[in-house]
Ligand binder design. Structure first.
Ligand SMILES: [Cu+2]
Length: 146
């Protein structure tokens, strides 16, 4: 009986020590393994009057990839990098994914007010096409390299 209690006590003590060890060492280790790659931050801006469509453009036409709308409208980055979208126009804009590589989530900033910004970190390599849901003449492409 005493022996059984002793064995249980030792088992509990070992469990406590193991738990503490797990908390102390495995916790930070797991954080390291799952930690985001510390990448660069790139800025894409929408200039004033970018809400005006180009001449001849009509609803249903594909978005126009031009620095007048998102600047730069073509951007090459690496996995783990972050893009910050800054709206310098006088009306809200969005940065909404149209096409993303398989396995990637479709980002959508929702309306970004004048002077506000939105960030997205790219975790999957490939080509991303995006546009403004409120002004669909505005388009951009982000190339994410492995
Ligand atoms: Cu817009």
């Amino acid at each position: 009986m005493v022996k059984t209690i002793y064995i249980v006590a030792v088992a509990v003590a070992l469990l406590v020590v193991a738990s503490l060890a797990a908390l102390l060492f495995l916790g930070p280790l797991a954080t390291l393994v799952g930690a985001p790659v510390s990448g660069k931050v790139y800025t894409i801006r929408s200039a004033k009057l970018s809400y005006l469509p180009p001449e001849g453009w009509k609803m249903g036409d594909p978005p126009v990839i031009d620095d007048r709308y998102y600047n730069p409208s073509r951007l090459m980055i690496k996995v783990g990098d972050t893009v910050e979208y800054v709206n310098e126009d006088e009306v809200p804009h969005t940065m909404t994914a149209l096409e993303v590589p398989p396995g990637s989530s479709k980002f959508d900033s929702g309306p970004v007010n004048p002077g506000a910004s939105y960030r997205f970190t790219f975790r999957v390599s490939g080509t991303y096409r995006y546009y403004c849901i409120l002004h669909p003449h505005k388009g951009g492409i982000i190339e994410v390299q492995p």
